[in-house]
Write a protein that binds this ligand. Structure first.
Ligand code: ADP
Ligand code: MG
Length: 455
């Protein structure tokens, strides 16, 4: 029995939403994204050919010229499948353009930060590993500023911290729409602060701005380390909110005490509310997460043998992001390669690419990119892409440095790997890291840790 057209379309839509989420982050330019990407969709998938529908012939030429590589990386990452991309414009497909949804007016600060409606409490699967964090988050969301302040959630990467932050935001927006909820990444905060200091602003009210925020959700606070001036501003914002009983929720990859390079007074304050750790899900929880994702993809759960799900849970359960990746790959493999509708253990095993199986053994540039990206909570395509926020640039330089140092790759080849940079750009990135390594203890620690993870 083959899959129906409707099932395929639902799956495509879901996949494309994820691709677009990543592209939006990676392009990091709302005007460009809205004009060229917001209106795209998967037109067809035939074998390993994916045809993407874009709004106009012009958009098609822009995307093909400037964003093809980035888009391909993203599609590969989301589907875990090597597709060949093709484009078709709406004119060509003679389909009416869908009217654009008007976006609401934005804050003068943090213009690009949004709460992701896809991350809710409802679709957060609970197990022993995360129940406490979920309960704490829900308590906060139903009564902001009243219980623990701040709530500090920490865990390894891919275990649901960002999901919970957005879930808090979504919950409050429905129950308490008058409250001004702001979700930002620490990277956003650093960039905003830099713009603010450079006077790149009409008003000079970053401090005033924080007085208007009722609930502040800050993701990945570990990236505030060693940024003294920014920490000062963050401290100010933090105190302003806490003093007026406004809720703060922070996430991090480690507990406050382990945040090296952070001012003592921040560490103390971060620890003064509730600390909650998320552990790796156990196998039953991982299976429940898989079932939730299958449902969300509009697929029939009865198609999947328990053994297939158990296989994925056991092999990928230490990181839910990877677990999702493995499921996507399995579904794509089943639909596009095997053309079959029943998913058993053998199929699940086959769907794991050899590159993944041997990934642990052989060190190559993809492994370096994925380890560095993971360390900085970025996607591999952000790391090899073009955005230049301070955090991403630093991470990119480090990845480039490691490719040179460990693999001794030629500069030109590194350049190609990192989105078509020329030889001299790569060389100066390597030099920059080498120079900084002579003076920065912090960087030495980072490089040591990364090399460890690459072993
Ligand atoms: P982190 O911020 O800790 O790195 P994320 O919140 O980005 O992790 O989670 C990675 C992915 O895994 C997201 O797509 C998220 O929705 C999903 N995820 C993590 N934990 C759960 C869970 N308990 N239930 C459902 N999905 C989850
Ligand atoms: Mg996160």
């Amino acid at each position: 029995m083959a899959t129906t057209i409707t099932e395929r379309k639902t799956l495509w839509n879901d996949v494309w939403d994820r691709v677009l989420d990543k592209m939006r982050d990676s392009i990091n330019d709302k005007a460009i994204y809205d004009s060229f990407f917001a209106d795209t969709s998967i037109y067809n998938i035939d074998g390993n050919h994916m045809t993407i529908m874009v709004s106009t012939d012009f958009a098609r030429s822009i995307i093909e010229k400037n964003y093809r590589a980035d888009l391909l990386n993203t599609v590969t990452e989301v589907t875990e499948t090597n597709f060949i991309l093709e484009f078709i414009s709406k004119q060509e497909a003679s389909i009416q353009a869908v009217p654009q949804v008007e976006s609401k007016p934005k804050n003068s600060f943090f213009e690009n930060s949004e709460i992701n409606p896809n991350y809710t409490f409802d679709n957060f699967v609970v197990g022993p590993s995360n129940i406490e964090a979920k309960q704490a988050a829900l308590m906060i969301a139903s009564n902001p500023g009243k219980f623990y302040n701040p709530l500090f959630i920490y865990s390894n990467s891919g275990l649901g911290k960002t999901h919970l932050l957005h879930a808090i935001g979504n919950y409050i927006k429905v129950r308490n729409p008058r409250l001004n909820v702001l979700y930002i990444t620490t990277d956003n905060f650093v960039d905003e602060y830099i713009k603010f200091v450079k006077g790149d602003r009409e008003s000079d009210g970053l401090k005033d701005f924080f007085r208007t925020v009722d609930v502040l959700l800050v993701d990945d606070i570990q990236f505030l380390a060693n940024k003294d001036k920014t920490q000062e501003m963050f401290f100010y914002a933090f105190q302003t909110l806490i003093n007026s009983n406004k809720q703060i929720v922070l996430t991090s990859d480690r507990q406050p005490l382990d945040l090296n390079g952070l001012e003592e007074r921040l560490v103390t304050r971060f620890s003064s509310g509730l600390l909650s750790k998320i552990e790796q899900p156990d196998t039953p929880t991982s299976i429940a997460i898989l079932k939730k994702k299958i449902e969300a993809n509009g697929l029939e759960i009865s198609r999947f043998d328990d053994a297939a799900l158990e296989f994925l849970a056991q092999n990928f359960g230490n990181n839910v992001r990877e677990l999702e990746g493995a499921l996507n790959r399995l579904v794509f493999y089943t639909i596009n390669i095997k053309q079959s509708s029943h998913i058993d253990l053998a199929l699940a095993q086959e769907s794991v690419p050899t590159s993944h199986k041997s990934k642990e053994k052989k060190l190559n540039e993809s492994k370096i990119i994925s380890v560095v990206a993971d360390y900085y909570n970025l996607t591999p395509s952000q790391l090899t892409g073009k955005i230049r926020t301070s955090e991403i640039s630093m991470a990119r330089h480090i990845a480039i440095y490691l490719c040179r140092e460990i693999l001794d790759m030629p500069f030109t080849k590194i350049g190609q790997t990192f989105g078509g940079k020329d030889h001299s750009t790569v060389m100066s990135a390597v030099k920059k890291v080498e120079k900084e390594l002579k003076t920065s203890e912090q960087l030495k620690t980072v490089i040591k840790e990364l090399k460890n993870r690459l072993k």
